[in-house]
Design a protein around this ligand. Structure first.
Ligand SMILES: *[C@@H]1O[C@H](CO)[C@@H](O)[C@H](O)[C@H]1NC(C)=O
Ligand SMILES: *[C@@H]1O[C@H](CO)[C@@H](O)[C@H](O)[C@H]1NC(C)=O
Ligand SMILES: *[C@@H]1O[C@H](CO)[C@@H](O)[C@H](O)[C@H]1NC(C)=O
Ligand SMILES: *[C@@H]1O[C@H](CO)[C@@H](O)[C@H](O)[C@H]1NC(C)=O
Ligand SMILES: *[C@@H]1O[C@H](CO)[C@@H](O)[C@H](O)[C@H]1NC(C)=O
Ligand SMILES: *[C@@H]1O[C@H](CO)[C@@H](O)[C@H](O)[C@H]1NC(C)=O
Length: 427
């Protein structure tokens, strides 16, 4: 992890090494005549806050009064020079520490503007990380919600046991003592802690927030980070979004966060016509705006979010989008949904009813066609009986019989062609 506040450009180590080499050459040059200064002594450090160290040393002995004595100091982290060289007359230097890496501090004495003496050798001391490697919390990230509370999340180190109870402490300049975060939660392996953090509204410069995550167990490696709160600002979601129609314009208004100073937020209003997919985004400085030339037959859907102004905060975080609000004539989605469900249902039910009704209607209009076999059977049964009686009759009766038969014949013919064939075969 590379905590913020300790930028290490890729080229830095090489540049520093070269720089040191140059120093060495320069120092070696006039060695013949120049007097080498004695180094500072008793280099030591102490914690003045959770993540802040005070490095202290004593002055060198026997330095001539003509020497304009200064101390040059530098920091090396995990063998990488940090290019944070400083010169000072005071006998201490305050630095941040990250605790999860080896930190080496080095200092030497120099006589400024004096080419008759040579800087002393470097004096070094180092602060070694405690605990087992890979047990420190990783991926620490914090968001400052609405200038009211800080939410920090992190994951356990890969070598940390599952019952590790990480604790979060924080401190910033202006706070007497470090504070312990107490509102913890853990979800899907991600730890979270929330603590209140607010400053008077007139404040425009915020102190860096030191955050320490550790466990009571000696085995868990502690880790420190320094956070610049203005880069972490996330405004609250705009609430009470209201829409109204004024003439042919839609007027949108929402409530402003009261924790931000005046003119430190701007808003993005996103709206789209219910029929078209492309959304429009407009930037607004106040808590209201109007959208002109409204199509009165369309539904419009709006949502709003806030972003800190760069003049006030260097945060790039937007608020969450407000809930969507809509205005317009168009039927809303639930109505469409109901329609989609009910229309086929109505169609299906009415089809069934219609079919049942039709069946009855058919009975009325087209009575069931009688089976022709039955008719014929009945008919010919009678005919045979008649024939027997006719046989005894005279020719007049025989003629009568023939015409009767013809009548039946033509009757059968008018019924269906199939019947005709059947009758013919039987004849
Ligand atoms: C660091 O320690 C020195 C020596 O004890 C002290 O004079 C100095 O005030 C300390 N610095 C801070 C910032 O506490
Ligand atoms: C400082 O000077 C004194 C006397 O001039 C001498 O006794 C002492 O050894 C010197 N100390 C160092 C560290 O050079
Ligand atoms: C030191 O610097 C001064 C002027 O910069 C020069 O006159 C003098 O010769 C130099 N002495 C040595 C020992 O280099
Ligand atoms: C975890 O522990 C193993 C074995 O001790 C070690 O090799 C590894 O580097 C550790 N992981 C980390 C991230 O330090
Ligand atoms: C802890 O955080 C939750 C989630 O934001 C919040 O609802 C709750 O009020 C907090 N509890 C305390 C004691 O601050
Ligand atoms: C919008 O801002 C004005 C003036 O600051 C305020 O009076 C009004 O209540 C705000 N609107 C909403 C919905 O909060």
């Amino acid at each position: 992890m590379d905590p913020p506040g300790a930028p290490r450009p890729p080229g830095a180590p090489l540049r520093c090494r070269l720089f040191l080499a140059v120093c060495w050459v320069v120092a070696a040059g006039p060695a013949a005549g120049a007097k080498v200064l004695p180094p500072p002594s008793n280099l030591d450090y102490s914690f003045i806050q959770i993540c802040t160290l005070n490095w202290t040393w004593n002055p060198p002995e026997n330095v001539s009064s003509s020497c304009n004595l200064e101390y040059s100091s530098d920091i090396v982290i995990d063998e990488v020079p940090q290019d944070k060289r400083e010169w000072s007359k005071s006998r201490f230097r305050v630095t941040d520490t990250f605790l999860n890496e080896e930190m080496r501090f080095k200092v030497r004495s120099e006589c400024k503007y004096d080419n008759t003496s040579e800087p002393s050798r470097w004096v070094e001391t180092s602060l070694l990380p405690k605990g087992i490697p890979g047990t420190a919390a990783v991926d620490l990230s914090c968001v400052w919600h609405n200038l009211e509370y800080m939410v920090c999340t992190w994951r356990p180190g890969e070598n940390a046991s599952s019952d590790t109870n990480y604790m979060l402490f924080y401190w910033f300049d202006g706070l007497k003592n470090r504070k312990k975060c107490s509102n913890y939660s853990m979800q899907q392996g991600i730890f979270e802690c929330i603590f209140n953090l607010s400053f008077p509204k007139v404040t425009s410069i915020y102190p860096a927030i030191s955050i320490l995550i550790r466990d009571d167990s000696e085995e868990i490696r502690p880790v420190c980070a320094s956070k610049n709160p203005t880069t972490l600002v996330k405004p609250a979601t705009p609430r009470r979004v209201t829409l109204s129609k004024i003439n042919d314009e839609i007027y949108v208004e929402w409530s402003e966060s009261d924790t931000f100073p005046e003119n430190c937020l701007f808003y993005e209003v996103e709206y789209h016509n219910g029929d078209l997919d492309s959304a429009h985004i407009i930037k607004v400085e106040n808590n209201h705006t109007s959208i002109p030339t409204v199509d009165p037959n369309s539904k419009y859907i709006f949502k709003v979010r806030a972003k800190p102004k760069p003049e006030c905060y260097s945060s790039k975080l937007y608020s969450d989008w407000s809930e969507e609000k809509s205005i317009g004539e168009k039927m809303d989605n639930t109505f469409y949904f109901v329609l989609i469900i009910t229309i086929p249902l109505i169609v299906a039910v009415s089809t069934i009813i219609l079919l049942v009704y039709l069946k009855r209607l058919k009975v009325l209009i087209l009575p069931p066609i009688p089976d022709p076999r039955e008719i014929l059977k009945r008919m010919f049964g009678e005919q045979n009986e008649d024939a027997q009686s006719y046989a005894k009759d005279d020719s007049v009766n025989a003629y009568d019989r023939l015409t009767k038969e013809e009548e039946i014949h033509s009757l059968v013919l008018t019924e269906t062609p199939a019947c005709t064939n059947f009758v013919k075969e039987n004849q």
